[in-house]
Design a binder for this molecule. Sequence first.
Ligand code: ATP
Length: 480
Amino acid sequence: MANETTLQAIIAHAKEYGFIFPSSEIYDGLGAVYDYGQWGVELKRNIRDYWWKSMTQMHQNIVGIDSSIFMHPTVWKASGHVDNFSDPMVDNKDSKKRYRADHLIEGHAETLSKEDGDALLARMDALMAAEDLNGLRQLLIDNHIKCPVSGTSNWTDIRQFNLMFSTEVGSVADDTSTIYLRPETAQGIFVNFLNVQKTGRMKIPFGIAQVGKAFRNEIVARGFIFRMREFEQMEMQFFVRPGTQKEWYEYWKKERKAWHASLGIKEENERFHNHVKLAHYADAACDIEYNFPMGFKEVEGIHSRTDFDLSRHQEFSKKKMQYFDQEINPETGKIYGNYIPYVIETSIGLDRAVLMVLSEAYREEDLSTEDKQDSRVVLQFHPKVAPIKLAILPLTKKDGLPELAQQLMQDCMGSFKCFYEEKDAIGKRYRRMDAIGTPYCVTIDHQTLEDQTVTIRYRDTMQQERIALSEVKRLVLSSL
Ligand code: ATP
C-alpha cells in the first residue's frame, strides 16, 4: 500500500473521525504539530499503556521513571547534542524552499541503479563524516540534483542546523540561563541511573523505561505525524555487564519485534535495517522499519550504546557512574567489581507507532452486490489498542431497551471503554463504529427482553450471532 494517496486518505479519515487534528487549526495550523482528538487520544494512550506494561510489568528487572523536560544544560554538552545534533540544511535560491541535503541526495540515489546509488551514498557518508559541507554542496551540483519545486540546482551554501529548541529560564537572558527542550527522553534515564539503581536496589542486568515528550526543530517536517517538532518517545535503557552487550542486543531485537507482532503488525510489513555507518559510540545499531504508506521507514531504533553516555556524564559531572557487581566472574574466580555498565537502548516514537497502527488497520472495502453499490472504511485495530472496545446499541429508543442497554453499560464500563448510542438506523451505527475501529457491537432488541440474548456483530467479518447477554463482558475481555 506504499502510496501517497493512502497517506492522504488516512490523514483525512483521522481528522474526520476525531483521531488527529492539525494544531491550532482555526489559525491555519502550525507546521508539523498535531493534536489528538477524542479517539486518537484513546488509541495513543492504549499503545503507550501496552508498551509500559510490556516493559515494567512483564519484565521483573525493568522499572520506569518520569523525568522532566527541562534538564541542566550541561546534560546536552555531555551527551553530544550541543555539538553534534544537527542536520545539513540547504535552500534553493529560486523556490526559497529548504531541504535537508542528505534527504535530497538519498532521494536521488533511489532513482539510480543499485551500484550507482550505493556509490553516491558512500560518497555522501564520507563527506558528512568529514563535515565537508562544501563537498556536499558540490555533490548536489555534480549530480544535477534539482529542487522539486523550481527544477533548478541553484543551491545556497549548506549549513549545519542544530535541532534543539532553546529557551531561557528565569528573567535574565544570558548564556547561563539558556536551556533546551529535551530532544530525547534517554538522557533523563542516564542522569537518574544511580538514583534508581541505588534506591531500587537494582542488580545488573536491569532496565529503566520512560515515556515522554521530546522536541526537535526538524528542518523539513512531513509525513503527517511521522516527523513532528513536538512528539512522544517510549525509550528503555537496559544496563548490562560489559562484554554481554551482543547477546542483549539480540535479545531486545527479538523482544521488540515480538511486541510489534502482538499489536497485529504483519510480518511482511516490517523489516530490520542494520546501520552501516555506526555513531561513534555505538557498537551495533538497527532500526525496525515499517511499510508506511510512503514506504519502509524507521519506527523504532535498537542501539548498543556501549558505556558512552554514562562515561560522558561521569566526565562532565565528576560523579562516579559505576556499578558494583558482586557476582563471581567464573573466569577469574573473583567478583566482577566496579565498572560502568554498557547499555542497550530501545527507542520507539509513540506518534510513529500510532501512524504504524493506523496504517496497518486502515481498509477501504467494496461491499457492492449485484443490485447495490456499497463500501466502507474500517479500522481493523487489535482490540487491545482500539479506542472503544464495545458499542452498546438499543434497537429502538423505547420498550425498555435503552434501560437494558444501560445496565450492560454499567456492567462493562469499569472494565473497558464502551460507547452507548441509540440514534440512527442500526446499519449506520455499525458503520460509524467500523470507521473508528470498534471491534464489537452489541444490539439489544425485543428478543433480549424475552430470552436475555443479544446480537453481537464482529467488525472485521461483519458476521452477527446471538449470544447470552451475560456472556458479552467475558467475550470482550478475552480478546484484550
Ligand atoms: P529519523 O532518522 O527518522 O530522524 P532518528 O534516527 O533521528 O529518526 P532517534 O533519534 O533514533 O530517531 O529517535 C528514536 C525514535 O523517535 C525514532 O525511531 C522515531 O520513532 C522517533 N522520532 C524521532 N524523531 C521524530 C520526529 N521528529 N517525529 C516523530 N517521531 C520521531
